[in-house]
Ligand binder design. Structure first.
Ligand code: KG4
Ligand code: ZN
Length: 333
């Protein structure tokens, strides 16, 4: 079995995954959302201190598996450096005390593997990754070869939801909140311009849309719940249309067999609906993780670690590094 640790942002999570069939034997996640919501976003140092308290508590519950462990896996990139360190330090300590090898796991690769929970790996897979830190279209050939087909030039999809929610005083994390308010709103009330609509760039940009929302908020004499709902709905529609427009452009002359959507924002049902239609048109199978594995969790890190274990991706304990920025997926097409 593999013990995996995730602490790249504000979720402390540990999982135990059986190597032979990828069965999830144990999984726990303690989210810090409520605490950070007071500040309107994640406070890195506070998140790190909370990981230092919660990770050891979760670890206590996994002791019965210690005798069966074959490796320790840990998210070491990308994420917040101070929170990643908490997981990596714990992984190193376990590696020394239990005399087990270490597997460094890229958090984004972990999200991709959330599609394969307790299942076989299915590659090649085209993937839309929509999280709080990233917005990317990836062509995943195998564990190592991941081509970035489009990425964001500034804010990410999930981050723009967080910022809109903050501007409207609705709370954190903004994604589920904005989605909920959108359901009551008129999506055609505010006519926001779709970012990069006439640009040939195969990329995403959300900072301009965020500014359009800010200006429209400043324009309102009364910002009641009805107006807020209309802003949420109009913003969500534009944010998703931007994603879909670039996605269609990228795959215009390409066939897709399997298409996956991963990351915290893959929980968005409005986006899911558009992706379903897109996949139907392309004759592709849409793969969506179970809701509980959309946001950050150690179960997806453990699932990824099963393949890492089989591919011998071990690292010398002295060489494992925390890399806050994305460094692995470098090949652009
Ligand atoms: O993958 P994740 O848990 O953390 C990162 O790796 O960043 O993603 C969190 C992000 C947050 O920005 C959150 O607002 C967004 O995912 N999110 C959503 C929804 N649920 C979560 N965005 C849009 N609609 C949602 N329903
Ligand atoms: Zn994530």
């Amino acid at each position: 079995m593999i013990l995996s640790i995730e602490s790249s942002c504000d979720d402390s999570s540990i999982a135990i995954t059986r190597i032979k069939d990828a069965k999830l034997m144990y999984h726990k996640k303690i989210s810090q959302e409520l605490i950070h919501s007071k500040y309107g976003g994640v406070v890195p140092e506070l998140a790190a201190r909370l990981h230092a308290v919660t990770l050891p508590k979760i670890l206590e519950e996994t002791k019965e598996y210690f005798g069966e462990l074959k490796a320790i896996a840990v998210t070491n990139e990308p994420g917040l450096s101070v929170t990643l360190v908490e997981g990596v330090v714990m992984a190193k300590a376990l590696s020394i005390s239990l005399n087990l090898p270490l597997l460094p796991i890229n958090h984004l690769r972990g999200h991709i593997y959330s599609l394969f929970m307790e299942k076989e790996t299915k590659f090649p897979m085209d993937v839309l990754l929509v999280s709080g830190g990233h917005t990317q279209i990836l062509h995943v050939k195998n564990y190592d070869e991941i081509e970035i087909r489009a990425t964001t030039l500034d804010d990410s999809f999930g981050e723009s939801f967080d910022k809109v929610s903050k501007m409207l005083g609705l709370g954190y994390p903004g994604g589920p909140i904005v989605e909920k308010h959108s359901k009551r709103g008129n999506a055609n009330k505010f006519l926001y311009t779709i970012p990069l609509l006439n640009s040939p760039k195969l990329a995403f940009s959300y900072s301009g849309l965020k500014n359009q929302v800010r200006l429209s908020i400043e324009d309102q004499e009364v910002l009641n719940n009805e107006v807020k709902a209309d802003i949420c709905a109009s913003f969500q529609k534009t944010a998703v249309e931007h994603l879909m427009q670039k996605l269609k452009k990228i795959y215009k002359d390409k066939t897709i067999k399997n298409f996956g959507v991963v990351g915290g924002a893959s929980a968005n049902l409005y986006l899911g609906d558009k992706l379903e239609k897109f996949c139907k048109e392309k004759n592709a199978v849409l793969h969506v993780p179970e809701l509980k594995y959309c946001s950050d969790n150690a179960a997806m890190i453990g699932r990824c670690a099963v393949d890492a274990f089989k591919l011998d991706k071990f690292i010398d304990m002295k060489k494992i590094e925390v890399k806050p920025r994305l460094q692995s997926f470098t090949k652009n097409v």
